[in-house]
Design a protein around this ligand. Sequence first.
Ligand SMILES: Nc1nc2c(ncn2[C@@H]2O[C@H](COP(=O)(O)OP(=O)(O)OP(=O)(O)O)[C@@H](O)[C@H]2O)c(=O)[nH]1
Length: 545
Amino acid sequence: MTNDKMQSVLAEPRFRLLILFAVLLFIGLSLLIFKAFSSYQHTQEKTTQLQQHADAILYFDEVLTMSARMAAFTGKQYWEVRYHACVPKLDLALQNTLALFPDAQEALEATREANLNLIDLELQALRLASKGQLRQASEILFSPDYEKDKKIYSAGLTRLQEHITAYKNTIQNQIRRSTQLSLGVAALMFLFIVLVLVYILRLLDSRLKLEAMTSNLSRHFIQHSQENIESNIQWALQLLACQSRANHCYLLNCAPQNNTRCPIEWRFPAESPSLLSAIPALAEKCQAWLQSQRDHNGIWYWPDRKTSAENQTMQKTILKTLHSKTLLGASTARADGDKFMLVLASGRRNLKLGKADSDLLHTIIEIIMRAIENKNKENDLLRLATTDALTGIANRRHFSDQLRNELMRVQRTRQASALMMLDIDFFKHVNDSYGHTAGDAVLSHVALYAQTRLRQIDIIGRIGGEEFCVIVPNRDAENALIAAERLRLGIENEVIATDAGSIRITVSIGVTLLKSDDQLESAMKRVDAALYIAKNNGRNRIQLV
Ligand SMILES: Nc1nc2c(ncn2[C@@H]2O[C@H](COP(=O)(O)OP(=O)(O)OP(=O)(O)O)[C@@H](O)[C@H]2O)c(=O)[nH]1
């Protein structure tokens, strides 16, 4: 993805919001993990320290007993000193244990009396030992009273150990549970972040695909739209329908009647019969709504719960008619008064295209509209280049092209075809008597009359001032003469109403059959000769050469 595209995509508020959301989630997740980790660390340290202090109590207790007894046995001062040195250490271990585990108080309280007795007896023994009375000192330390208090005190310490172990287990279980919970939440948040990122990537992907499709459409229309605009529009709608997961895609022209030179509508799929019948129904039911949309260059999404109850009912009916659940429309008004609406209809509740893609939808309409405009301009130019400005029939050049084509067809198929040349008799007199404007009206009238009386496949052109030529395909001489006579007679009987008054005219017609070895010039020369004979023979007649 190029930087430009990334920036243009990230410029959209929905993407920015999603990314902000993902970043906030990520920060939250990091904090949660950090908190869970540090609380685990702290509790681990606390329980380890507690265990160390508890072990220290046991150790120093043993050391005190052992030091007192060794002093009684050996009488050495070293053991007495050692005893006194251990006393504050035991006290400190007890205080530390109580600080970390206040519940230890209860267990220690139960051993208090026994402990005081023990200390008292041990101090007595130490005093005797220091005086050299070792036997008496040993007796005190091995006396039943000492053993009894020692047992009580040891049992208390064992209970304390058990309490601590239970406390440690409880607290570790708690911390394990809360760590598991934190990790679970973290995993969920992580999953959510991944989902958000996947969603963003999918949106980005679909946006990029849409942009690629739009530029592809644009390129295609620039290169090929003039060749077959109808099928190109059909193709564009199909592409759009596939891209947006719509079942149907319409391009409607909802401009006021007679204000457009563009086809009324295209639709995809074109052959859907239900749609063909639904379109007029849509137009009929939406009239009022379409009117209200006429000045609105926007995008709309049905069902729209924010609109009036009346509109909602209308939307429901139309959605039902179109067998759709969702309708997305984008309208664009043209300066020339045309109003185009691109409508996507889907049987699903969601279209892949959303309101955020409105710019692309408008671009697509714009591309199609430009193509239609260009096609119209091209048609105008083509009309100007091929038709006679006064009568609207083929001009001399276009007629000559058509005649060349017909000659090639005759050469290929060997079918009979005729050529007529028709000239108004004494037209100069018409001009002189009624004026040039009336003369123009007569020329237009003759062209229109001939055009309406001839067959669809016959081609008429104005090749000179008051001269017309007609290609009459698939006619032999007899039938060509019948057609020419019908024309001559019809014009003779016509009363042409002009501003200068009613005018009656006659025409002379030369007729010739096209030959397989004819060139344009030879065919024109022959038909001209036929007309010349008709004129020379008194006019208002037909002549075959
Ligand atoms: N009003 C009008 N007159 C035209 C136009 N083009 C040619 N003419 C006139 O058509 C007349 C042709 O006259 P001519 O060639 O003498 O032929 P004609 O009077 O029809 O006599 P015949 O053809 O011999 O019967 C001329 O007066 C031209 O000025 C046109 O576009 N409009």
